[in-house]
Design a protein around this ligand. Structure first.
Ligand code: ZN
Length: 411
């Protein structure tokens, strides 16, 4: 490996060290506040619940430290020692060409998935289980893993073949065409995901007739949202965590409630959660995320164009310049860059959450939103006292105390 290769491996290690440092801060802050419920929540959250939330947060954070260190160590091992023999093994039975490049990427992905599996299993059956959230059975876990892998293979294999073929046909301009094709695939996925892919994993049913549905429909009509986009998902077969989300755009847009959320919340709270999701729709957040993804993908393809055409990139890691290997190496190299940029994307996402909260407050008032957020936090054992620096790096949603304070502040 060359000097630059060593520097990149050090950057991966430094990124992991930063991740560990932020997690240690998070654990220390949560532990320091474990024995007193923040004043704003003293009425709704018992000391016992608060302590359980602290224990759960600390357990999860510890777990993610192990994951982070393992990931970084493996990335470095791949670059420094393992990619070359993996490629040599593949090269010994596949001739140079498209297939060899595609198989290299798929083999790397497959090994990565296998390594992740024990972590996913431990998360569900040990971590979530201990705090009473897990509802997954081993059979369902394995079925989920198999379905996800099959789906990944069905999408990546043909895409990789097409990309490498394009690269061979037009070495200078391939990446612009590949980028356009990639974006078309992203947009198609955004539209098709709710109707084709999500149903492979969960059942989606329209909301039951009744008072709740009538109230929701009135709210939808008020906000100009077609009511056929409202669904209940059987999330309870995997976990007791409650949630709601917004997906798709145009005619394909829908709002999905976890059945676990509908069970636990009052109609007023559910209405405020719906109003919050409608806020995402009103402000065009899905479209903004897609545009952000488009900009990032453009940079990604530009980097690939450079790396595929470069005489030096593969050599940094002592690797042959097969496009499959180059793609894998670039994937590993991007991690520290993505990590350093994560506060920017997290900040944008939190800003969108504030906008959706403000919309919900205007539509249904602040009280139901505050009580919905409080209940969600309590039931999901989310911490009320995160470390601010940790939150600024990783939180896609502002900490609940901040959201509640902002809702209270507005008159
Ligand atoms: Zn939201």
């Amino acid at each position: 490996m060359s000097g630059i290769g060593v520097v990149i491996c050090i950057a991966i290690a430094a990124s992991a060290a930063l991740g560990v440092y932020l997690r240690l801060r998070q654990m220390a802050t949560v532990a320091a506040h474990r024995d007193s419920v923040p004043v704003d929540f003293a009425r709704d959250v018992t000391l016992d619940e608060h302590r359980r939330a602290a224990d759960y947060t600390i357990a999860r954070t510890k777990f993610s430290i192990v994951e982070k260190v393992f990931d970084a160590a493996f990335s470095i091992l791949w670059l420094a020692f393992l990619l070359a023999p993996l490629y040599a093994a593949i090269a010994s039975f596949i001739e140079p060409g498209l297939t060899r490049s595609v198989v290299t990427v798929l083999a790397f992905g497959f090994i990565g998935d296998l390594m992740d599996m024990p972590f996913s299993a431990a998360k569900a059956f040990w971590l979530e289980e201990r705090f009473g959230f897990n509802r997954l059975t081993p059979a369902r876990f394995l079925a989920d893993e198999a379905k996800t892998s099959a789906l990944e293979l069905a999408i990546t294999a043909p895409s990789l073949f097409a990309m490498f073929a394009l690269l061979r046909a037009t070495p200078q301009t391939w990446w612009l065409m590949a980028y356009v094709a990639f974006m078309a695939l992203m947009i198609a996925m955004t539209i098709l995901y709710p109707t084709l892919i999500a149903p492979l994993f969960n059942k989606f049913a329209p909301l039951d007739e009744g008072v709740l549905k009538r109230r929701m429909e009135a709210l939808l009509a008020k906000c100009g949202f077609e009511s056929k986009g409202l669904f209940v998902m059987d999330a309870s077969k995997r976990s007791t965590h409650g949630n709601a989300y917004f997906s798709g755009f145009g005619k394909a847009k829908r709002i999905v409630f976890f059945d676990t959320l509908l069970e636990k919340h009052s109609p007023d709270e559910i209405e405020s959660i719906l109003a919050h999701e409608l806020g995402h729709f009103k402000f065009g957040h899905v479209r903004q995320m897609l545009l952000q993804g488009a900009a990032l993908a453009f940079l990604g393809f530009a980097a690939l164009w450079w790396a595929f055409g470069s005489d030096v990139f593969a050599g940094w890691f002592g690797l042959p310049s097969d496009p499959g290997l180059v793609l894998v190496a670039l994937f590993l190299v991007k991690e520290p860059i993505a990590h350093v940029l994560s506060p920017l994307f997290a900040w944008r996402s939190r800003r969108a959450e504030f906008e959706a909260d403000a919309f919900a407050r205007d539509v249904v008032g602040k009280e139901p939103m505050i009580s919905a957020l409080t209940r969600l936090t309590r039931d999901n054992l989310a911490t009320l006292t995160p470390d601010p620096l940790y939150a600024s790096f990783y939180f896609s949603h502002p900490p609940v105390p901040v959201r509640v304070a902002r809702l209270r502040m507005a008159s």
